[in-house]
Structures are given as C-alpha cells and as structure tokens.
Ligand binder design. Sequence first.
Ligand code: ATP
Ligand code: MG
Length: 358
Amino acid sequence: MAAAARTLRIGLIPGDGIGREVIPAGRRILESLPSSLNLKFSFVDLEAGYETFQKTGTALPDKTVDTLKKECDGALFGAVSTKVAGYSSPIVALRKKLDLYANVRPVKTTAGNSTGKPIDLVIVRENTEDLYVKEERTIDTPNGKVAEAIKRISEHASFRISNIAGEIALRRQNIRAAAPGISTRDQPMVTITHKSNVLSQTDGLFRETARRALAAEKFSSVYVEEQIVDSMVYKLFRQPEFYDVIVAPNLYGDILSDGAAALVGSLGLVPSANVGDGFAIGEPCHGSAPDIEGQGISNPIATIRSVALMLEFLGEMDAAAKIYAAVDGNLDAAQFLTPDMGGKATTQQVLEDVLKRL
Ligand code: ATP
Ligand code: MG
C-alpha cells in the first residue's frame, strides 16, 4: 500500500502589482507536481499590501498573521508597493511576528542565461538584529546635531543563522547531485562575512559564534572560511563562481544580496525565502513593478524558484529539485523567455513551458 500523501497548507499573499500575476503561477506549480512525490497542497488566500492598506487601514491584517500562524505550513508572498510613505512594509512586520530570522537568497546562472562566469551561490542574511533594531537618536551639540544608532549582535541570533547556513550548504550538495546545472563543487563551503577587524566586539561576536556553530560535528564535511565584508564585495564581483553559501549579519547581508542579484541579469529570476523554525515564506526578490503591471509579461521564474526554496525548508527536497531542474530547462532552452530576458513570451507561456518540463 502506498504511504499516505503529505498535505501542506500554503498561504498565498499576492500583495500588489505583478505580485498578483506571479503568485498564481507559483500556485499552479505546486498543483502540478508529479503525483509520485506523494504531496498534496491546500491553499488559503490572504491579504497584505498597499491596496489592503487603502481598504482597511492596515497593510497587514491580523487575520493574515493569525491564519499563517494557526493553519499554514508555509506561504508565498508576491510583492508590495514601496512607493508610498507612511505605511510600514508588511513583509518586514511578518518576519518579526513569525520570527523568520533568516533571509535566504540563492543566485544562480544556467548555461542559457550566463553572461560570464557560472554562478551558484546563496546569501544567508540574519534578519532580526544588527543596525536594523532601529534604535537611533539625534543629539544637539554645540557643533550641530549628532545622530547615532545601535548595532546589536547576539550570540543566539548569530548561532542560529550560522547553523542554518551550514544546513543549507549540506543540502545544496544533494540538490546539485539531482539537478547539476553548470556548477560543480566537491565540498560544500560557508563563507562568514564580517568586519571584526574594526568592530571587534559586535562583528567579533558574530564571527566567533559563527565559527563555533559551524565547527559542529554535523558540519565536518563543510569547508568554513571568512571574508571581511569589503573584500567580500570585491571577490563576489570578481570571482562569484568561487562562492557557495555566504552568511552575514543583517546590514552586510542586505547589501550583498542585492549586489549578488545584479550578477544574473534580471530581478525576475531571483528568489528568496524568509525562514524561521518550521516555517518558510517564499518571496521573489523583485517589487511590484508598476511599469509592467497588467501586461501579462512579468517573469514568473523568481516566484517559481521561491516555491522550490520554500519546499526545501519544509523538508521536500525532491519536489524542490524537480522544480529547479524544470526552471533550468526553460532557461537553457531559451525558447520561452519574458521580455526582461530578451524574449517575447508571456508570463503564461513561460509557466506552461516550466510545467511541461515538470
Ligand atoms: P516597488 O516599489 O514595488 O519595488 P519598483 O518600481 O521598484 O517597484 P521593481 O519591482 O523593484 O519595481 O522592479 C525594478 C525593475 O525590474 C522594473 O523595471 C521592473 O519592470 C523590472 N522587473 C521586476 N520584476 C520583474 C519581473 N518579475 N519580470 C519582469 N521585469 C521585472
Ligand atoms: Mg523596487
């Protein structure tokens, strides 16, 4: 007798703009996974974003948070408009409320969309502390104003982010085996990024704790190295093919992950996940893209890859690997590409091509 299928309940939060075009594509991917994976999905539509804010006075209704907490195993988040002042970003609030402490951003090229060197790396950014605790103040002095901000680094947060980086490095080794693409690597590697030569206490603690976390027995096959953040930027641009998993405190991670996204051509390709213990939200890196909204040409690949990334964190490696391989197949064949990739295909055509490859 076949084992009972696992059913995952997924919250769908399209948000604004092209979020509403790409999240349905993500749903279709989940619904179309091969039945041999023995996975079923149920979905719940949830609201957040600027339109929700205009309608209800809040960008993140309590119902969205409660449903995610009580009912869901994971979620997909589209995009929300950021062009409006005076309302705070719902994804930032969600990260706080669900304690999604890791922001994970894989950046990968395939043979078909490589502009130069093959890139297949992941940036793992700590998401709860550092300068982003937003404890700032301005003091009036006889020489004018002085503003300062707290940079808070804890052992607890540094440890868990480094641990997750190690786990990602181990897992990628398996995914590469199933969907090789163009990059090969004998040994998983984690690069710890910091500036402890200047900030010996805060970044020093991050570095020390990361070293300790990654020295665990379970990571004995992982090569651990470190880079001072400025040299990290230089090397990331000169030699991106060298990197596997990069772990960084919040601010450096923020900068590195946008920088790395620039290495692959279109924002429409880059996925991310917001990860906590036992929960993950997949989220394409792009915004609501008002300039192309409603034309049916937004690239769904970032979202489709975010679906796979979410599944990875829900423990469904086989499903994730299948999706990655289907996406790579679409990009390599370069037959159905949206205009941001120099093609003429619609969102729907790219989706159908990926589905066919699934
Ligand atoms: P927001 O305020 O929501 O961030 P934005 O104007 O900054 O919106 P982004 O979504 O950040 O727009 O996109 C920046 C550029 O990249 C835009 O020109 C947009 O059209 C393009 N772009 C972003 N995502 C995609 C996608 N999925 N497919 C095609 N083009 C995209
Ligand atoms: Mg933007």
